[in-house]
Write a protein that binds this ligand. Sequence first.
Ligand SMILES: CC(C)(COP(=O)(O)OP(=O)(O)OC[C@H]1O[C@@H](n2cnc3c(N)ncnc32)[C@H](O)[C@@H]1OP(=O)(O)O)[C@@H](O)C(=O)NCCC(=O)NCCS
Length: 171
Amino acid sequence: MTINIRKCCLEDVLMLQEISIETFHDTFKDQNSPENMKAYLDKAFNINQLEKELSNSLSGFYFIYKDEELAGYLKVNTGDAQSEKKDDESFEIERIYVRTIFQKQGIGRYLMNKAIDLATGLGKKTIWLGVWEKNLNAIAFYNKNGFVKTGAHSFYMGDEQQTDFILTKTL
Ligand SMILES: CC(C)(COP(=O)(O)OP(=O)(O)OC[C@H]1O[C@@H](n2cnc3c(N)ncnc32)[C@H](O)[C@@H]1OP(=O)(O)O)[C@@H](O)C(=O)NCCC(=O)NCCS
C-alpha cells in the first residue's frame, strides 16, 4: 500500500468541496434531518467559503491518497484561524475525514500523525478539536490517540443546537 499526503492549494477547491460534502454527509446523515444537513453543507462547503479558507495562511488542508486514490482529508488551524479563541501554543484539528470505503485501514492514523508532526514542527504545546458528543466512533479514535475531554461548546447543525466535546492532547 502506498500512502501520500499533500497540501491542498486553491486549484483543489472543487475536489475539496466534493470530498467535504461526501464525507460529512456519510458521517452524519443518519442522525440529522435532511433540511439541517442541507443547510450545513450549503453554508460550510460553498465554493466561496472554501476558497476563503484555502487562502488563509493560518489554515492548512491536506489530501491523503492510498494507492493514488483520494482517501480522506485533514484541515488544521493555528492562531486566529482556530474556531475558538485559543492561545498561540495551541493547534486545532478542525476536520479529519476518511472516505467510508477507506476507513479502518490506518488512513486516519496517518492523518493524525501528519497533524501531530505539523503541530510539533511549529513548536505548539497542545492539539485540540471539537467532536459531536454523539460521534462515538470518532471519540473512540481520538481517545486511542491520546486525546482527553477538556470542555464542551455549542455547534449549530442547521437550526439544531448540538454539543461538541472539546478534546485535547498535550504534545
Ligand atoms: C474517525 C476516523 C477519522 C478514523 O479513521 P480510520 O482510518 O477509520 O482509523 P484508523 O484505521 O487509522 O485507526 C487508527 C487507530 O484507531 C483505532 N480506531 C479507529 N476507529 C476506532 C473506533 N471506532 N473505536 C476504537 N478504536 C478505533 C484503530 O483500531 C487504530 O488503532 P490501532 O492502530 O491500535 O489498530 C474515520 O473513521 C472517519 O473519517 N470517520 C468519519 C468522519 C468523522 O467522524 N470524523 C471526525 C469528525 S470530528
